[in-house]
Design a binder for this molecule. Structure first.
Ligand SMILES: NC(=O)c1ccc[n+]([C@@H]2O[C@H](COP(=O)([O-])OP(=O)(O)OC[C@H]3O[C@@H](n4cnc5c(N)ncnc54)[C@H](OP(=O)(O)O)[C@@H]3O)[C@@H](O)[C@H]2O)c1
Length: 330
């Protein structure tokens, strides 16, 4: 069987996607971005991964979020994306905004994780090869390293931009004080921090509570939310038990014990509120994040084209009445 050549939808920028300016920058990002943490590894079906990437691009998703260690196995999501790049997206490279990151465990020995110059430089080289790219659009320090001098990590980000291996840089999960330091360090070297990537969803409102959202805004940096559906909890996936093909059933990054009777009750209540709004719980949860202009984009994960299609509908209604907001917070 010969595989057909992919040709993206001609109306991909006219079928509903909205784009938001990323802080004080020239970059616009789609309100919904696609993350490749799960479901793009070498254990997954390539055909399904490819179908999701095609569907995303066909619907105006220009931003694909990766990291060195996404898989499993480590690195295999980048390899999958590299194949999709070669087969489908090569002639559309300039329409894509592709990220990768380094900082979490990637290879054995003292240089395979955290924030050293050694780790970041070597990891980015590997990522570019796996993805069949000459450069990434944004490279992140994936997590704050309390033991490496922050200047070493940040200067490496600056040098990566100077080398042309990344157009922009960002930081992920940095505590507030470290983020403040990073913003200033980078700014003083004329390398603006384009994005702060943090966990933010209806069940974890830390970025708002800690003030990181405001701090990011003050710096003219965009905020991009990861795990906006709390890894699937904020969908109808677990309302009636744990499906065999779900992330929770795999038991790696989402454990069964988080689904307490109290949480389940809350999810059922949120599900009813979503239905009253004419949305699925997934749609309402994404819309709830997007109601705030400080959120540049939400990075969704999906295990099927159907889920991605559902998630894209969120942008049709991101308005909430005061009563709805109160009911959601209760
Ligand atoms: N910077 C960091 O440290 C960091 C950390 C984590 C994630 N991220 C980024 O954020 C991205 C998203 O994270 P995430 O995968 O945890 O996101 P998520 O959107 O919170 O969860 C995705 C999961 O929710 C379920 N789901 C999605 N849409 C659904 C729908 N419409 N209906 C029912 N179920 C649905 C699927 O679970 P099933 O698989 O069970 O179907 C899917 O795999 C990652 O891919 C990565 O790019 C970054």
């Amino acid at each position: 069987m010969t595989s057909s050549i992919y040709s993206p939808a001609a109306d991909r920028y006219e079928n509903g996607m909205k784009y938001r300016r990323c802080g004080r920058s020239g970059i616009l990002l789609p309100e919904i971005s696609l993350g490749l943490w799960h479901n793009f590894g070498d254990l997954n079906s390539f055909a399904n991964s490819q179908a999701m990437a095609h569907y995303a691009f066909d619907h105006g998703i220009t931003h694909f979020d990766l990291a060195n260690n996404y898989g499993p196995s480590n690195g295999s999501a980048e390899e999958t994306f590299g194949q999709i790049m070669k087969k489908s997206f090569l002639s559309h490279r300039d329409e894509l905004f592709i990220s990768t990151k380094a900082g979490h465990y990637m290879w054995p020995g003292p240089y395979g994780e955290w924030g050293s110059r050694k780790n970041l430089m070597a990891s980015l080289e590997q990522s570019l090869k796996r993805m069949n790219l000459d450069y990434v659009d944004i490279f992140y320090s994936h997590r704050y390293d309390p033991d490496t001098p922050l200047e070493e990590t940040l200067q490496t980000l600056v040098d990566i931009v100077r080398q042309g291996k990344a157009l922009y840089v960002g930081i992920s999960k940095y505590p507030k004080e470290a983020a403040k330091y990073a913003f200033r360090y980078l700014e003083e070297r004329n390398v603006h921090c384009l994005l702060y990537q943090g966990r933010y969803n209806l069940l974890n409102q830390e970025p708002e509570k800690s003030g990181i959202l405001k701090q990011v805004q003050k710096n003219g940096t965009g905020f991009i939310a990861f795990s906006p559906l709390a890894q699937g909890l904020l969908t109808d996936r677990y309302i009636n038990g744990i499906p065999a093909d779900s992330r929770m059933a795999q038991g790696n990054t989402l454990k069964e014990d988080v689904l307490t009777p109290h949480l389940l009750q809350k999810l059922k209540r949120l599900n009813e509120l979503a239905q009253q709004r004419g949305q699925t719980l997934a749609e309402m949860s994404l819309a709830w994040l997007l109601k705030d202009e400080l959120v540049t984009s939400v990075i969704v994960g999906a295990s099927s084209v159907g889920q991605l299609a559902d998630n894209l509908k969120a942008i049709e209604n991101t308005h909430f009445s005061d009563e709805e907001l109160k009911a959601i917070d209760n």
